[in-house]
Design a binder for this molecule. Structure first.
Ligand SMILES: Nc1ncnc2c1ncn2[C@@H]1O[C@H](COP(=O)(O)OP(=O)(O)OP(=O)(O)O)[C@@H](O)[C@H]1O
Ligand SMILES: [Mg+2]
Length: 325
C-alpha cells in the first residue's frame, strides 16, 4: 500500500433504469465512467464537479454502499467488494442535509445508537461520546431531541456521528451545504482538526473557496469522468497559461492595437475606449511572460496600468468544467 490509502482504478457505475410504461429494465449512461485516482494517507482530497457529475456515486462505491459495475478500488489495502466488512470498520461517511439522523431521540442517543452498530464496548463508547459532544460543541444540547436542533447543530451532530468509530478515512459529502458562513467556518475548522488527527479525508463541495482553503489535491469530475487533477497551484497554473492581461492607457491608436496583436503569444486583443482612456483586454498564451513585452509596445501610450488577472480556483474550475482549458 505504501502511503496510498485509497486506490480507485477505472471505476464505473451504471444505475439500472426501469422504463415507466413497459417496465423494461435498461442500464442508463454511466453515472461514474472510468474514474481512477489515488489518495495518500493524511491528505485532504477534493472531488469537485457540477451537480450530477458522479461525486456521491464515487463516494458510495468507495464507502462500500454501492457495488461498481466494473473496475475496482482498494481502501486501506482491502478490496471494496470482497473485503467490505473490513473497510466499514475503519471508514465513515458524513454528508450534509437531513438524512442519517434520528430526529425523535436526543443527540446523545443518536451517538449511542451509531456506536452500537460498530459494537464499541460500552465504557469506551460513553467516554468517546462525551469527547465528541465536546469537540462539536453539543454538550449542552446533548439530551435534547434532534428535531429541536438548528441546522448547524444537526450538522455538528452529523460530524460527531461520523467519528464514533474513530475512522482512519472519512468521506465528507458536501459537509457545509446549506450552512451559514459562520457555521461553515466552524465545520471547516473541524475538518482541519480531523486532518491534524491523522485522518485521511475525501471531501466534495461546490464552494471553491472552501476547496481552496482545505484541499491538498483536487480531482474535477464532469459527466462521470475525471477532467483535471492536481494541486490547487497546478490547476491554477493550467488556466494561467491561457490568461488575460489588461492594459489601461491614456492614448490609443489603431496601429498600437495591431502592434500588440503582432507580439508572439498574443491570441486576441479587444479595445474599449472613452474620452479619457482606453482599456485593452489581451488574451495571451502564457500570462506570466507577457506583461513586459506588452508594456514595452505600449510605451508611447501613457500607460496607467498593465496587469495580469490572477486566476482563482473558481476560474480554473469553470475553465475545466466548461472545457476551454
Ligand atoms: N439511485 C440512483 N438511481 C439512478 N440514478 C442515479 C441514482 N443516484 C444518482 N443517479 C444519477 O447518477 C448521476 C450522478 O449522480 P451523483 O449523485 O453521483 O452526482 P453528484 O456529483 O454527487 O451530484 P451533486 O453535486 O448534485 O450531489 C446523476 O445523473 C444522477 O441522476
Ligand atoms: Mg452528491
Amino acid at each position: 500500500m505504501g502511503d496510498r490509502v485509497i486506490v480507485a482504478e477505472d471505476l464505473v457505475k451504471c444505475y439500472p433504469r426501469t422504463n415507466g410504461k413497459s417496465g423494461e429494465k435498461k442500464t442508463s449512461k454511466p453515472a461514474v465512467d472510468g474514474v481512477s485516482f489515488e489518495i495518500r494517507k493524511g491528505q485532504i482530497f477534493g472531488l469537485l464537479g457540477p451537480n450530477g457529475a458522479g461525486k456521491t456515486t464515487t463516494i458510495k462505491m468507495l464507502g462500500t454502499l454501492l457495488i461498481p459495475t466494473s473496475g475496482g478500488a482498494t481502501v486501506l489495502d482491502h478490496d471494496i467488494v470482497k473485503d467490505y466488512m473490513e473497510i466499514r470498520k475503519r471508514i465513515n461517511i458524513i454528508s450534509g442535509g437531513d438524512r442519517g439522523l434520528y430526529y425523535r431521540i436526543s443527540g446523545r442517543q443518536n451517538l449511542r445508537f451509531f456506536s452500537d452498530l460498530y459494537r464499541i464496548p460500552r465504557r469506551l463508547r460513553d467516554v468517546r461520546i462525551e469527547e465528541l459532544l465536546q469537540k462539536v460543541g453539543l454538550e449542552k444540547a446533548a439530551d435534547q431531541r434532534v428535531e429541536e436542533y438548528s441546522r448547524g447543530m444537526k450538522q455538528r451532530l452529523h460530524i460527531a456521528r461520523g467519528l464514533v468509530n474513530d475512522p482512519d478515512i472519512l468521506f465528507l459529502d458536501e459537509p457545509t451545504i446549506g450552512l451559514d458562513p459562520e457555521i461553515s467556518r466552524e465545520v471547516r475548522g473541524m475538518v482541519r482538526d480531523m486532518s491534524k488527527d491523522g485522518k485521511t479525508l475525501l471531501l466534495t463541495t461546490h464552494n471553491m473557496n472552501e476547496a481552496e482553503e482545505l484541499c491538498d489535491d483536487i480531482n474535477i469530475i464532469v459527466g462521470g469522468k475525471i477532467v483535471a487533477k492536481g494541486t490547487i497551484a497546478e490547476l491554477k497554473e493550467a488556466v494561467r497559461k491561457k490568461s488575460v492581461i489588461e492594459a489601461e492607457v491614456r492614448r490609443m491608436t489603431p496601429d498600437v492595437i495591431e502592434a500588440v496583436h503582432s507580439i508572439d503569444g498574443v491570441l486576441n486583443v479587444a479595445c474599449s475606449s472613452d474620452a479619457y482612456r482606453s482599456i485593452l483586454r489581451i488574451q495571451v498564451a502564457d500570462g506570466q511572460d507577457m506583461v513586459l513585452p506588452i508594456a514595452k509596445r505600449l510605451e508611447n501610450c501613457r500607460i496607467i496600468r498593465v496587469s495580469r488577472e490572477e486566476p482563482t480556483l473558481e476560474d480554473a474550475y469553470m475553465s475545466m468544467v466548461i472545457g476551454d482549458a
